[in-house]
Ligand binder design. Structure first.
Ligand code: 9L3
Ligand code: MG
Length: 154
């Protein structure tokens, strides 16, 4: 079916589309330090602007999910992280049918480095008991309980 739809498109478009359809994962990094977790506030698109989320984004062709976490944290926060393990349960990303948000627990490689909002409105360190107060994106909201447990275990 997909091949029929894409028939006639340039090879590059067919390959990229096939890759995205095969790996519909968006990684979300729970960066933890001293009992707090880093949240960031989106600037765009309009329907997400002002909402808080875990840093992350789509896994690209040729990289592992852990590599995607490291790349996204470099791009969005200008810091290097080390991925510890996955956490929580996959969350369907409503706006992008078939895509799944998958959480990974991570730490700053250099604890004296300071994450900054390269393309976001703001970043904030949040303690376990304050996590529920943020205006999370709907997808990330459903990971809050898992974030709390993960924070408690680190
Ligand atoms: N998304 C939701 N929560 C998150 C992240 C990183 C992403 N913590 C959603 C927003 C978009 C899609 O996943 O619909 C792709 O993410 P991005 O590339 O816009 O960051
Ligand atoms: Mg992103």
């Amino acid at each position: 079916r997909l091949e029929e739809v894409l028939d006639g498109y340039p090879v590059a478009v067919r390959e990229i589309t096939a890759e995205w359809c095969a790996r519909p994962v968006v990684v979300a990094a729970a960066i933890v330090d001293e009992g707090r977790l880093l949240a960031q506030q989106r600037r765009r698109p309009a329907r997400h602007a002002g909402g808080w989320e875990l840093p992350g984004g789509r896994v690209e062709a040729g990289e592992t999910e852990e590599e995607a976490v490291v790349r996204e944290c470099r791009e969005e926060l200008a810091v290097d992280v080390r991925v510890l393990r996955g956490f929580g349960t996959d969350v369907p990303v409503a706006a992008d049918r078939g895509m799944l948000l998958r959480g990974y627990l991570a730490r700053l490689r250099d604890r004296s480095s300071t994450p900054r909002p390269v393309e976001h409105r703001a970043v904030r360190w949040v303690g376990a008991d304050r996590l529920h107060e943020l205006e999370w994106l709907e997808t990330d909201r459903s990971l809050v309980d898992s974030m709390r447990s993960a924070l408690g275990e680190t």
